[in-house]
Design a protein around this ligand. Structure first.
Ligand SMILES: *Cc1c(COP(=O)(O)O)cnc(C)c1O
Length: 365
């Protein structure tokens, strides 16, 4: 069986360095808020080209804390509206709900799967305060167009960069386009920890300072609490592991790009619709998502041929039980995407014979 994503094999390529990092932290006797976190934050900020990178416990917290900080700073009020894509992973929307803000869903472009800039304007009301574009599957949204609309309407832009570490357009990376960005280092993400982890990037000093307090009980100074904060710290072990893997992120991405390019040029079966990447460097291929009308038949066929695939995602947010209040809303583009998408195996440890076989099996379907 060719697994969808072999995390054991990916992390085995870093085994010696991960063990060294573990030993360093173990022997230091210091496990939270120390030098490993400081170093990773510096390295990740440098990588993204931003002034600040702030480690947090996970990607959902990253997005939630950005919104909480804007509320704390009086920039956003509870009940304000945030424009989000209607076909994202649920966490993007949960962050908005969790801060008592109102998610307003906007359909994606059917070719890129990313929020359609031309549909944003008609959704803007006097209560709209921010656009939350999600660089879905690793491809940067049309950020120049989104920033132009944000500027014209005085809106914030908060990037959900959880799937797009290192995606770059015009020398500007994911996480450095908007006012702030949330990253996830969930093990399966492009930069993955050995557990949960996340980060926030921003160039805004006041926002960064507020977030640093909020993630640590609302405290700038120990035992003095400015805000009703939370505990969402990135621990020393995960920071040390992430530091090891960050150094190789670009080479892993390059390998993924070369496999994605092979899929795009060598899969020629007309029943399979391939994803589009107009700017190759603006896509880091977190997922390689194809579309086909009879998805179940295609997925079963691949399974019979020992190829594991997954669906990202089977149920659109407005049809989730958690958002019953949206049951009567219709988002035809998103619904169609959710019914037809299938993610193929794609990772830096996929071998040439495996890629050959995947292409051959798909073309014979
Ligand atoms: C993974 C993911 C998140 C949430 O990150 P966690 O670290 O799992 O909390 C948010 N948004 C998107 C688009 C994601 O893919």
């Amino acid at each position: 069986m060719i697994p969808f994503l072999d995390l054991q094999k990916i992390n085995a390529t870093y085994k010696q360095e991960l063990i060294q990092a573990f030993a360093r932290v173990l022997d230091s006797g210091w496990y939270v808020m120390g030098t490993e976190l400081n170093q990773f934050e510096t390295d990740f900020a440098t990588y993204c080209g931003t002034k600040h990178a702030i480690g947090v416990a996970n990607g959902l917290d990253a997005l939630t804390l950005i919104l909480k900080a804007y509320i704390q700073l009086g920039v956003i009020q509870e009940g304000d509206e945030i424009l989000v894509p209607s076909n994202t992973y649920i966490a993007s929307i949960l962050a908005v709900s969790a801060t008592n803000l109102v998610p307003v869903l906007v359909e994606p472009d059917p070719k890129t799967f990313n929020i359609a800039p031309e549909l944003l304007q008609s959704k803007i009301t006097p209560r709209t305060k921010a656009i939350l574009p999600v660089h879905l599957y690793g491809q940067l949204c049309d950020m120049p167009a989104i920033l132009a609309i944000a500027k014209k309407n005085h809106l914030l832009v908060i990037e959900d960069s959880a799937q797009a570490h290192g995606a770059i357009l015009n020398h500007q990376k994911a996480g450095n386009w908007g006012d702030a960005a949330g990253f996830s280092f969930y093990p399966g993400k492009n930069l993955g920890a050995l557990g949960d982890a996340g980060a926030i990037t921003t160039n805004n000093d006041a926002l960064a300072s507020c977030i640093r307090a909020l993630l640590n009980y609302g405290s700038h100074q120990k035992y003095h609490n400015t805000y009703k904060g939370v505990n969402s710290r990135l621990d020393e072990l995960q920071a040390a592991f992430l530091g090891v893997k960050l150094k190789k992120l670009d080479s892993e991405t390059a390998l993924k790009r070369s496999i994605a390019l092979r899929y795009q040029t060598e899969i020629t079966n007309p029943k399979i619709l391939l994803p589009q990447a107009n700017n190759p460097l603006a896509h880091v291929w977190h997922l390689f998502v194809v579309r086909t009308e009879d998805r179940k038949a295609f997925q079963d066929y691949l399974k019979t041929n020992q190829i594991e695939t997954l669906i990202h995602y089977p149920v659109p947010p407005h049809q989730q039980e958690a958002y019953k209040e949206w049951r009567d809303l219709r988002f035809p583009v998103s619904e169609k995407i959710h019914q037809t998408v299938l993610s193929l195996p794609l990772s830096a440890v996929l071998t040439k014979p495996e890629v050959d076989r995947i292409i051959c099996v798909i073309n014979a379907y």
